[in-house]
Ligand binder design. Sequence first.
Ligand code: PNS
Length: 194
Amino acid sequence: MQPDGFQKVVFFGKARKDSSIPVAGVNYRSIEPCMKTSIAIYPGSFDPVTNGHLDLIERGEKMFDLVIVAVLNNAEKQPLFSVPERVEMLREVTQKWPGVEVDVFHGLLVDYARKRGAGVILRGIRAISDYEYELQMALMNRKLEPRLETVFMLPGESFSYLSSKLVREIAQLGGPLKDLVPPEVEQRLRAKVL
Ligand code: PNS
């Protein structure tokens, strides 16, 4: 028997407070069995991680219990940094957030998300030019796995022009990297392009 103002808890995902009952007791809604989790995957190439990525990770970390930063292991691309190097840098610069994990994936993102029990794909949109590609990817991922939602977040305005590609180019041409990448990453970039 439940006390007044409480209902039986039946849930498969994460229990949430029901805001419609403003009483002292906590009331949990019944939740359908689905991919409702508080695990988000933030996939990308991260070649290398920039301050724009970190801004997004920090925002995601506030919203989700776990943000898995997933580095794509793509044999077709010719990256500047190897996957282990990218993972190492990401781990170094995200270690301050206990709710952030760094991992590697290959193959379809939706398969990886299923394997990790994630319900959300996190992606950043910097400008309208990102939108078309992101929309196409999000809709294709939805077709492949309708239970998975893509959540778009906006990085801080000061990062709206920042990309790994430009960072690599500036590093290769000996330009300043301050404010674009964390110091650990700047060091690695300088060493790489020497
Ligand atoms: O940082 P990027 O390069 O823009 O990230 C692109 C990424 C890794 C998110 C995308 O290429 C991807 O998800 N690749 C995995 C393969 C896949 O699932 N393809 C179908 C996506 S619609």
